[in-house]
Structure formats: structure tokens, C-alpha cells
Design a protein around this ligand. Sequence first.
Ligand code: ZN
Length: 457
Amino acid sequence: MNFTRLVLLIAFSCLIRPVLAADQIIALKAARLFDGKSKALTQNGVVLVEGDKISDVGGSVAIPPGAQVIDLGDVTLSPGFMDAHTHLTGDYSNYQATRLRELQVSTSAKAYSVIPAARRTVEAGFTTVRDVGARTYRSHDYIDVSLRDAIAKGIVVGPRMFVATCGIGATGGHFDDSAGFRDGLFGSEPDYTDGIADGPDAVRKAVRFDVKNGADVIKAAVSGGVLSLTDEVDVPQFTPAEMAALVDEAHRLRKKVAVHCHGDQAGREAIEAGADSIEHGSFLKPETLTLMKNKGTFLTPTLMAAEYIKGKLDSYPPALQAKAMAAFNTRSDMFRNALKIGVKISFGTDAAVFPHGENAKEFKLMTDLGMSPIDALKSATVNDAELLGVSQKLGTLEKGKLADVIAMPGDPTQDITATERVSFVMKEGKIVRNGPATPPPAKTAARDALEEMEADF
Ligand SMILES: [Zn+2]
């Protein structure tokens, strides 16, 4: 190449560079836009995306010449939804079958079986989820950690994940997988390596062990639960000293603390200890909710969980049926009280108790109990971003934030079930879906095995 040609080539590439840069801008256009902060929707919404970030957003944004325009029409753009309470690596939608399957399946087979659930979840508009407890009986292979990393590397299609590894609980408590089985069946009693800890020092060790193995958030079962066979649903399962150790150690390591808690006493003690969120909260009394409001503790109501269980109550063991109904009967009043008192509400569903990908059904349950549609949308965007500690990067459509943008048909403030019909999903500037969802795989081996067992029960 002679000198003149080289000069011409450099000059030419300088000339075309601005055109190439403009080509990289994507302009998303829609009839409406929910930015995550405002009290009302913006008409004629535009989001400009450059690389993985939002470069501009609003109702009267000029589209740069050469931008790739994606006109989505009569839809509402929104920040990607978040679900602060899933078990993306689990499937408890058939309790008895799952309980048996957990004893049979290898962790690697289980890991492969959840790949379609990850895709379904992100294609439903949930670009960020927490997996708050991903235990497999007596396995120390943390598939929530490996799924989180596989998604982050682009190996698996799914939401950005924040994970808890196995979660921490007391002997005989909601997280003790050996409870309900014959004593000694699994050999030694579970210990901190299985997330079972008694006493403040052991709880601290369990927190450190979870973080060592990749936990982003510390999850603990501080009261009884519905889907555990031997405990009462509302009893406290950690002492105040154990809870103080749990929260102190987690916060020292800069991890948030999410506590599974139905009971009022356990809730009060966890809030006083400084837990960041109460998950479920079925039996919380107004005084306890007022304490939450004053301390800034989030409530993650997971209304979908009780709703789904109630719909197929007969398929659960009698002891669980009674616990599910007790929790269901109080949670609606609790939620209404929380709204009245002004507790911060984060969006969480307990997906895994019901099939993954149906997370958005939680919105209608929230608005049916009196939450405004805008506040319900905020719970799944700006509020969850605050709870997860990612407000700097996510949760609103704002210049400089990561381009997690979804679209749903029509106006969700008029019909909240529009959230269940998301048609466009972008995560970090990459389009995950524009149009129909990916059909589920014809049959996965794990799903086959589960269906066989379902037929037996
Ligand atoms: Zn849960």
C-alpha cells in the first residue's frame, strides 16, 4: 500500500466513523413510557440505547440520524422487571414429586433442567431476579452460583441473578431438609455447610461459608414456613442473639439480609436486628409493620405463593394444607395494613412454588388488594433496585443506566394484566425477545421424570 492510499484510507475511516457510531444507537419508540420514577406514564416514549446503556429517554427525545429505530407501537416501555424472591434453580410446583425427585436427581442434571426456566423468566420481562435459596439435599454444589455466572457470560439465556446459595436456618426449622424424614436417614445431622446453624457463632460461620461460596445476599429462615413438614408456620426459629449475629456478619461483608418470615414475633425480632427485607410476612401485626416503616425495612409479600398453593391444596400433605390456609387467611389484611402504614414494598413472588415465567401474575394480586398500578410497577423496578442495592445501575429508565427495557401491550395502569403479556425484552442493550416467546423445549428429560412422578401422586 503506498503512502497516498494509506492517507486516503485513514481519512475515509475518520469520515465514516460517526456514521458507524450512529448505527450503533437503537431508538425504542412506543405510545407510552413508564420511567420507574414518575407518578404517571409519559406519552410517545423514546429510549435511546448506546452499547449496554441508556443514552437518553423521555417523551420528546430527538432521534439521531442513522439510529436503528424500533417502533413498538401501542405498547408501554418500562424498566426491566425484577423479582426479589424466586428460587430459579428449583421447581416445587408439585410438592410431593419434587420431594422425591430431589432425592434422585444429580445436581448437574438439576442444573441443566432449569435452563428453560431461566429463559422463560427473562422472556416474561424479568431481567433481574434473586434466587433466595437453592438447596439440593446434601449437595454443596451451588447451581444458583453457576447459573448466575453462566447467564452473565452469555452461555445461558436468563435474567441477571443475585443468589443466596443454600440459605441459613435452625435445626428442625424451615430450611432443615432432613426434617420429616426418618432420623439418621441422611447420616450425620446437617450443619453450617448445609446452612443449618444453632447459636450466634455457628450462624456467623454459616454466613461466612455462604459468602465464601458465592452468595450475593444472605437468606435466613427466621420463622416456620408453609412447605416444611415438622414446624409450625409462625414460630420463631432463631433467637434475637442469633439474628443479631446473622445481620451483623452479613452487613460486615456488605451483603443484604432477606429473611423468610411468616410469624409476627420472629418478624419483630428480625426487623430490630436490622434485616433488609421480610419475605412473606403473613402474620405481621400493624405494630410490627409500623416498626418496619420506621426502620425502612422492605416487605416482599410473595402473594403468588399462597395463591398457587391454595389453587391445588389437595396435592399437599394435610399438615401443609393447614399451614398454607392459615397464612393465606391473614396475608391479605397484612398486605392492606402494610399499604396503609406506608411500608416499602418490594416485588417478590416465590417463583418455583408456581411455574417459572408466571411471575407477573403477582401484579394483579397486589392491585386487587388496593395497591395502585403505578406503585405495583414501581415495586418491581425502582423499589427492588433499592432493596438489591443496584439503584445506581438499574430500576429506572434514566440516562447512564443499564439498558434493561421491556414493553407490554396497551396501558398497564388501565389493565395491570398487561404485565403478563410482555412482548419485547432488552437486557443490557441486547434484544432478548421482540415478538412471540421462545416455545418451550418439546420435552426435557428432567421434566419427563417429573411428569411421570406427578402421574404417580
Ligand atoms: Zn421462597
